[in-house]
Design a protein around this ligand. Structure first.
Ligand code: PLP
Length: 466
């Protein structure tokens, strides 16, 4: 076993972390997480952290079922450690496809497995293009996604992603992608009703489709609840309206459920909760509670149909898609989720969670509390009355300079995020109890007061109050 000091030395010398400013660890320790239990994880110093982010929105069943899922993995390893889904199948991928189809809404009955969320969106980009070609519409290649939405980092998925800072280094990206407004109602004019907001969004979407030429648009991508920017829920009538626009123009509707799928919103799919009726769903993370790398694409029977005829095929493949061990673990994860009643747990506690977060919403630094299920955010503002947000430099100080470190010290893992306006994102494991949710509240209760004081001390607040 490598001890804490050795791990630090080796991590700093050899490990390149994802989306990580390594300079931050020149002086400080790299947080090395060694084990977990229920909703908490422990670092190699033995310090405990409540994981209010479920890893990265993905450990639905928390950290206490690893041994049980591991038994399923070991059994599968002994039986058949690997075989592909290229021209062959194996029992676990077949069973898992059938299981996912049984949980999915409507006639989303066909499943194509990959290894994660970016690959799932990458696959959909190709699937929709090829679908339209097979249906005789060779010109439909354009995609519409939403601003600040995150759809992954591989080049196709990144083209859908609407976050300028992570796109910029890799431009030019895939041609033909347009971004429209997301469903952030906090930043809409005072007094605007949900119906008016919906109308604005649908008019804008229609405008972009018309401008691009409807016969050239292949697909529209939405998350049921958009993560990046801070859990933007859809206003009343929006999902139905997007579906109707897609139908009117012959465009495919894709629900990116990489986060929202598998219980995060209290339903197997967010599409069910918001009655989205998509042609395609991408999923990953929660299907195996991230105990294994696994993702996939769900498609309706009608979507799959042209690929099943004559010499046609979906001209795409990923070696590990539907890996037998990953599939076995995902099947066991879904069994555990059903046995432990995690969807019911989320539904029973959603209002309670929102209620205690709304109490935090009374603080001067919290401008908005929003989200659904176990997927909530607090938007942080400089001035609650005017909704004035922090400048880039202030947000950098607040989120990276203060909150991230302070929350971590306080034993709470959550995300202080600046991809849109500053937010704290909360996405606890779906097995979290009310006591667990209270712990999140209690830590934030203290740390948000400290953050407000810190922003006063650093001069950000005087700037408004003087
Ligand atoms: C909505 C959404 N889509 C796609 C992805 C990409 O998934 P992955 O990191 O597994 O490639 C993510 C990752 O967080 C996501 O949140």
């Amino acid at each position: 076993m490598t001890d804490h000091a050795q791990l630090q030395q080796l991590a700093k010398r050899h490990l390149v972390m994802h989306f990580t400013r390594h300079s931050a660890y020149e002086k400080d320790d790299v947080p090395v997480i060694s084990h977990g239990e229920h909703c908490s994880v422990y670092d190699t110093n033995g310090k405990k952290y409540f994981d209010a982010l479920s890893g990265l929105f993905c450990t639905q069943i928390g950290y206490s079922f690893g041994a049980e899922l591991g038994e399923a993995a070991a059994k599968q390893m002994a039986e058949l450690p690997f075989f592909t889904n290229w021209n062959y199948a194996h029992p676990r991928s077949v069973e898992l496809a059938a299981k996912v189809a049984s949980l999915a809404p409507g006639d989303l009955n066909r499943v194509f497995f990959v290894s994660g969320g970016s690959e799932a969106n990458e696959s959909i980009i190709k699937l929709v293009k090829q679908y339209h070609q097979l249906k005789g519409s060779r010109n439909r290649y354009k995609m519409i996604a939403r601003r600040i939405a995150y759809h992954g980092t591989t080049l196709g998925a990144l083209s859908l992603t609407g976050i300028s800072s992570i796109r910029a280094p890799f431009e030019p990206l895939m041609a033909g992608v347009r971004h429209v407004s997301n469903t952030n109602s906090y930043r809409r004019p005072d007094g605007e009703t949900a119906a008016e907001f919906t109308q604005f969004l649908l008019d804008e979407l229609r405008g972009v489709i018309e401008q691009e030429g409807p016969e050239s648009v292949a697909a529209v991508f939405i998350e049921p609840v958009q993560n990046s920017g801070g859990t933007f829920t859809p206003p009343e009538g929006y999902c139905r309206g997007v579906r109707e626009l897609c139908d009117e123009y012959g465009i495919l509707l894709v629900a990116d459920e990489v986060i929202c799928g598998f219980g995060r919103l209290g339903y197997w799919f967010g599409s069910e909760r918001y009655d989205i009726r998509p042609d395609l769903i991408t999923f990953a993370k929660g299907i195996g509670s991230a105990h294994v790398p696994l993702g996939g694409v769900l498609m309706t029977d009608a979507m799959a149909q042209p690929f099943m005829e004559g010499t046609a095929m979906f001209t795409h493949g990923i070696t590990y898609g539907g890996h037998p061990v990953a599939s076995a673990v995902a099947l066991k994860n879904l069994e555990v989720m059903e046995r432990e009643g995690v969807l019911e747990n989320v539904r029973q506690n959603e209002d309670y969670f929102r209620g205690i977060l709304r109490k935090l919403g009374e603080k001067p630094i919290v401008g908005d509390v929003r989200g659904a299920g176990y997927f909530m955010s607090l938007e942080l503002v400089k001035d609650k009355e005017t909704k004035e947000t922090f400048t880039d430099a202030e947000a950098e100080h607040l989120l990276r300079g203060f909150l991230s470190g302070r929350l971590y010290e306080s034993g709470l893992i959550c995300r202080a995020d600046d991809r849109g306006d500053p937010v704290i994102q909360l996405s606890p494991p779906l097995v979290a109890t009310r006591d667990d949710l209270d712990f999140i509240h209690d830590v934030l209760d203290t740390v948000l007061d400290e953050a407000w004081e810190e922003m006063t001390r650093s001069g950000a607040r005087q700037a408004v109050s003087s």
